[in-house]
Design a binder for this molecule. Structure first.
Ligand code: NAD
Ligand code: TYD
Length: 331
């Protein structure tokens, strides 16, 4: 298939591109703005096999250039970090909502299949049980609210214009190439360095962990087999409290438990996410990697790939933050 993968230089997007090129022989064009989270290095091993366009999804000219010759659009491009969205929501509105609109228009003009990568966070928090695709949408943060807005816009293009859209909502993902602002890679790198591990609140919040390759394959499955207009949840096989995740990382890295530091809780912090993936399983997808094994693989990858994370830890990306997130930094 000839795919336009937006946000393909980020964490999940780059893992997805690798799978599509290597295992499916797809012809891939990546369109990516290369924010702090998007890096050409994430695609180093497939760079010769893809077309890369540096540009923003909210820029119709860049999108028109990138989409030429493609049969489908897969949209990963997003501002993704909840804490940044609390400190400064504007970038989230532009990329997650306006950008999605530009991509939908490009798909509509050319009658392309369109897959929106979305998140369990659109359903909000759940004390018990799991969300299905028909659960009410109740986002809590500016991040999840903009992802929800985008999902609704995608659905409207199916209902109004008959565009062939599908939405795939994943749970918390982890694995190689994840930017170390998210819980798991941040804790791994802090543990390696002997820095403090900041646990928000009481550390008892629960997340439903999905290995990145399982998510990539789930997205590919929805792209190939999903029914237009439908939503498919793609949840991980295991749920875990944050504190348990952090303690396991301490064991795997040999760091001391005294590094754990309880810090002020995140505003509006969702207590628990949990997805039912029955609908996607009925379509033939199954998660392959249990959390215990996936976490160990992830720790080993960060241990073996210091060249990838060194520039981030050393602050080479601070300039980018200061230019684009100055209000967030002051917040
Ligand atoms: P990420 O932050 O690692 O990567 C996002 C990518 O999008 C980067 O390459 C960035 O440069 C690019 N990007 C940002 N703004 C852009 C713009 N305006 N135009 C073009 N490119 C832009 O994110 P991720 O964790 O890989 O998440 C990818 C998608 O999956 C997002 O849509 C996110 O909402 C969704 N998702 C993530 C998770 C998770 O746990 N990480 C779980 C479920 C769903
Ligand atoms: P995160 O990786 O930011 O993903 P999300 O908020 O989208 O679920 O956070 C995962 C959980 O870890 C969440 O409950 C917040 C918590 N957390 C910490 O306790 N400390 C941290 O430094 C970070 C980044 C997150």
């Amino acid at each position: 298939m000839r795919l336009l993968v937006c946000g393909g230089a980020g964490f999940i997007g780059s893992n997805f591109v690798r799978i599509r090129v290597r295992e499916f022989g797809d012809e891939v064009t990546v369109l990516d703005k290369l924010t702090y989270a998007g890096r050409r290095e994430n695609l180093h091993d497939v760079a010769g096999e893809i077309r890369f366009v540096a540009g923003a999804i909210e820029d119709p000219i860049a999108v028109a250039d990138a989409v030429t010759g493609c049969e489908a659009i897969v949209n990963f491009a997003a501002e993704t970090h909840v804490d940044r969205s609390i400190a400064g929501p504007e970038a989230f509105l532009i990329t997650n909502m306006q950008g999605t609109h530009v991509l939908l228009e490009a798909a509509r003009e050319r009658s392309l299949r369109y897959l929106q990568v979305s998140t369990d966070e659109v359903y909000g928090s759940i004390e018990e049980g799991s969300f299905t695709e028909t659960s009410p949408l109740a986002p809590s943060s500016p991040y999840s609210a903009t992802k929800t807005g985008a999902d609704l816009l995608v659905s409207s293009y199916f209902h109004t214009y008959g565009l062939e859209t599908v939405i795939c909502r994943g749970s918390n993902s982890y694995g190689p190439y994840q930017y170390p602002e998210k819980l798991i890679p941040l804790m791994i790198l802090n543990a390696f360095a002997g820095d403090r591990l900041p646990v928000y609140g009481d550390g008892r919040n629960v997340r439903n962990w999905l290995f990145v390759e399982d998510f990539g394959r789930g997205i590919g499955h929805v792209l190939a087999h999903g029914v237009p207009g439908e939503v498919y949840n793609c949840g991980g096989p295991d749920e875990c409290e944050n504190l348990t995740v952090v303690k396991r990382i301490l064991e795997l890295t040999g760091a001391l438990e005294s590094l754990i530091e309880y810090v002020t809780d995140r505003l509006g912090h969702d207590r628990r996410y949990s997805l039912s993936s029955q609908k996607l399983r009925a379509l033939g997808w199954e998660a392959q990697v249990r959390f215990e094994a996936g976490l160990e693989r992830t720790v080993n990858w960060y241990r073996d790939n210091e060249r990838w994370w060194q520039p981030i830890r050393s602050g080479a990306y601070r300039d980018y933050y200061e230019r684009h997130y100055s209000r967030a930094l002051k917040g």
